[in-house]
Ligand binder design. Structure first.
Ligand code: SF4
Length: 324
């Protein structure tokens, strides 16, 4: 699973496999994975955290014990078990059924394109798109559509198709409610494949169309790794904003000189350092918007989106009533 970011809340993360059944061209996880021992997994589950992530640096569905560990975590009292997968193995109906029966709460699927050929190219495996599509349909048949969040890693090859992607999801995958647009990270394979990285200013209008479509069609959208000033009009969909990253000193992001004059500086952790090193900061456009306006939109969006909030901002953060 080519992940773009570790969990901002520091939830425990299970690594159940050393391998992956795809070789995504944009994978930023290359070389990070190390399968954990059963004892280590039990310890992580037993930590008493509300949330547990499964799959970050590898493909967790390659472990036959995946349903067992999900069910173990649920019995231990973990409130949210979040599976991150490429979805290929879920094309096996029985396996998909076992995963759902185990009690998994959310399934984040790396699904970078709705166009078969482009998807197979990005996933670097012929036929991968068909398998993913089948896997998603299996979950929908199992009445698990609302557990799914589709992850669209934004690359130079697919950014112009984001709005059509949303239309496809809305038409072909009934019941799916969430799409996360994650700007590609310059790590792993991407270090040697800079041609994959679009300029953030280029993607902004396409992102705007995509999230607008989502808003009008009952889909929830999120945007990760894009600074607020490049999300004009949809700043409230920023994962950084929702996760309070500005106050957390996220090591991979930093504010630049230009940020000093930005009204949203208190809400934004800045730009990814790897991106700034490569392209500079000329694309950043310090905002003059009222932070309160953005926070109000965030609050409204979250209230509308989360019927059953599962995470609260800490007391004293000023955002105690915003739940994600
Ligand atoms: S100018 Fe800087 S602080 Fe303001 S939104 Fe952009 S990156 Fe964030």
């Amino acid at each position: 699973m080519p992940s773009n970011h570790p969990d901002p809340y520091g939830s425990p993360m299970l690594v159940l496999s050393d391998a992956c059944n795809l070789r995504c061209i944009f994978c930023s996880s290359q070389g990070h994975g190390r399968k954990q021992s059963a004892q280590r997994i039990r310890t992580l589950i037993g930590k008493g955290n509300e949330n547990l992530l499964i799959g970050e640096w590898e493909e967790p569905t390659l472990s036959p014990k995946l349903p067992y560990w999900i069910s173990f975590a649920k019995k231990t009292g973990v409130k949210n078990v979040i599976l991150r997968t490429n979805g290929v193995k879920l094309s096996d109906k029985k396996f998909a059924g076992d995963v759902i029966k185990s009690g998994v709460d959310k399934i984040h699927i790396n699904f970078p394109s709705h166009l078969g050929k482009l998807a197979d190219f990005l996933l670097q495996r012929k036929g991968a798109f068909k398998k993913q599509e089948q896997g998603i349909k299996n979950l929908i048949k199992l009445s698990a559509a609302t557990k799914i969040a589709l992850v669209f890693v934004i690359t130079a090859f697919n950014y112009k198709t984001m709005a059509q992607y949303c239309q496809f999801v809305s038409a072909r995958f009934p019941g799916i409610k969430t799409i996360s647009f994650n700007m590609i990270c310059i790590a792993g394979y991407v270090n040697k494949r800079k041609f994959l990285i679009p300029r953030m200013a280029q993607i902004e209008p396409h992102l705007a169309s995509a999230v607008r479509f989502c808003a009008l069609h009952g889909l929830r959208s999120m945007v990760d790794n894009v600074p607020l000033c490049l999300m004009n009009g949809f700043e409230h969909l920023s994962v950084d904003l929702q996760c309070n990253s500005a106050e957390k000193n996220v090591p991979e992001k930093n504010k630049q000189e230009v940020c000093k004059s930005c009204s949203l500086s208190g809400l934004c952790p800045g730009i990814r350092l790897d991106y700034a090193e490569l392209f500079g900061c000329k694309e950043l456009k310090p905002s003059k918007k009222s932070p309160q306006l953005i926070l109000t939109a965030l609050k409204r969006n979250l209230q509308e989106t989360y019927k059953e909030p599962y995470r609260k901002f800490p007391p004293g953060s000023g955002k105690e009533d915003f739940c994600i």
